[in-house]
Ligand binder design. Structure first.
Ligand code: ZN
Length: 501
């Protein structure tokens, strides 16, 4: 496929105003599915958690999962939405092989939650209020696996397999109103918004919120219009972008692509687009009209939901603190500077560091490991930090081993490598790899004596009080001990030895 032409990003922003809109699907972590009693579990053998209902057998009768309603209301409340006094489900009719019923049970004109808002901090610290249009309940479709091609996509595949375990898993779709005025921060703002939604549903405990498993998925709408023009430009919708980094890149790409087309006098086609992480580009999907003809009609097999005011207030009382308030509290608690804290938030490490501190590490040590060595390795392997196979507890353990003098920084980095390689917990790796700091003075003195014997002139200098000369000896001893010695202790011993004690 020929690479599409892009306009320089800064130039595009000088000429055009960017308008974005975001649709986020959140998979709820209820024990059972939305309309049947099948287990809602990720990773089970394909087609083992299915029944006549989620397979769309004729005559099967659905029943609403009460817990899913409760969780949806909580999400609505956390987004400052109104909760509908009454809400109906609707059938959204379409055919696709991952949808055995040939319709998706969703909500159409009566969503459970509507008219909300959330404050999102952009990369420069500027706060944007994002208006929420609606949050509605629906069910997920099954999962297709395309086999035989090189990309895992349907194009080029020899055949496809379908797993209906995911069919009927409860979803909440959160839709924003158009977001204006983000300017050059639009790509980062889109990612920051999804990060906040993820944080909210995770803290509510209503979703596992793991993007790499598709628990949180984002469709990004992007349009641009010449500055000063009232009329909105034609928008594109980039579907199912599954990481924060990709959201940022996809929005930026669409801005540049559309700007190039408009500057050439070419109209933008209203369509869905797909994001390709491998080549950092979007490609054309299917044309999309404003009102897709899904022939929505009220679901006749389900009664309307009518949550009582008392119940809604009870649920409101259980809400955790809002992300913006939580951030303020954590920044004060941890004593991080503005810059340090923003770095943590923008690196998407707030939860990791919070959990690491809760597991016993100091905030500074937790920050140092996550934003330093672990981020560096993730980056070099082109992975999200959340994908790295290390837990906050393990990081806290490594930090603890340094504090207790059992590991030097260098040894600790080696232990980290071991954890990431799946060799076990830090303590196991220390013993397996023999990484503990040599705290046996006898072994250190033996090495020191050997080095001093080889460098009699240095010994003389130290004796004359030129302590900086000890540096060379310390370096040689550290090298002889394979880095597993505590440099401060070696220094003490060298000086003791030289002064003849
Ligand atoms: Zn089922």
């Amino acid at each position: 496929m020929a690479k599409e032409q892009l306009m320089d990003y800064q130039k595009a922003l000088e000429t055009y105003e960017v308008v974005i809109g975001l649709e986020v699907h959140v998979e709820l972590n209820t024990n059972t599915k939305m309309f049947c009693g099948c287990a809602n579990v990720f990773g089970d053998e394909p087609n083992t958690n299915v029944c006549p209902n989620c397979l769309g057998f004729p005559g099967a009768m659905p029943a609403v999962n009460g817990k899913a309603i409760e969780n949806s209301i909580k999400i609505g409340l956390a987004l400052d939405c109104e909760i509908a006094a009454t809400g109906r489900f609707a059938r959204k009719n379409y055919f696709y092989p991952d949808l055995a019923k040939n319709f998706q049970t969703s909500q159409y004109d009566e969503p459970i939650a509507f008219e909300g808002k959330i404050d999102i901090e952009g990369p420069s610290g500027k706060v944007f209020t994002v208006d929420i249009e609606r949050a509605h309940m629906e069910e997920d479709a099954g999962k297709l696996t395309h086999v035989g091609g090189s990309t895992g996509r349907i194009q080029g595949a020899e055949y496809s397999l379908v797993d209906f375990n995911r069919a009927g898993v409860p979803l909440v779709e959160i839709v924003t109103k158009p977001i204006y005025g983000a300017g050059d921060e639009a790509p980062e703002l889109a990612a920051a918004y999804v990060r906040s939604i993820r944080e909210i549903v995770k803290n509510l405990g209503v979703s596992d919120a793991r993007m790499e498993r598709g628990n949180v998925r984002c469709d990004a709408n992007v349009s641009i219009r010449p500055k000063g023009q009232e009329k909105l430009g034609t928008r594109t919708e980039t579907k199912n972008v599954n990481s924060l980094r990709s959201i940022e890149k996809a929005v930026k790409y669409e801005i540049q692509r559309q700007a190039h087309l408009l500057s050439q006098g070419t109209a933008i086609i209203q369509e869905t687009r797909h994001w390709h992480e491998d080549r950092g580009a979007t490609s054309s999907g299917r044309p999309k009209s404003d009102a897709d003809d899904y022939r929505y009609f009220p679901e006749p097999d389900l009664v309307p939901i009518q949550p009582s005011k008392e119940w809604i207030e009870q649920l409101r009382a259980t809400l955790p603190e809002k992300p913006a308030i939580r951030r303020k509290r954590l920044q004060e608690l941890w004593g991080f500077s503005e810059l340090e804290f923003r770095d943590v938030v923008n690196s998407d490490l707030l939860d990791e560091i919070d959990d690491t501190v809760k597991a016993g590490a100091t905030p500074q040590a937790a920050r140092k490991w996550w934003t330093g060595e672990i981020a560096r390795i993730a980056n070099s392997e082109d992975k999200e930090i959340s994908e790295m196979p290390i837990t906050p507890k393990q990081v806290a353990e490594i930090a603890g081993l340094i504090d207790s003098g059992k590991l030097t920084d260098r040894l600790a980095r080696e232990v980290l490598t071991g954890v990431l390689a799946g060799e076990g917990d830090p303590a196991e790796i220390v013993s397996k790899r023999g990484l503990e700091v040599v705290s046996d003075d006898g072994a250190l003195l033996e090495a020191i004596d050997k080095v001093l014997a080889e460098q009699p002139d240095v010994l003389e200098k130290i004796r004359e009080g030129k302590l900086q000369a000890a540096g060379a000896v310390i370096g040689a001893v550290m090298k002889a001990m394979g880095g597993s010695a505590d440099a401060a202790r070696v220094r003490e011993l060298v000086i003791q030895r030289a002064s003849g004690e």
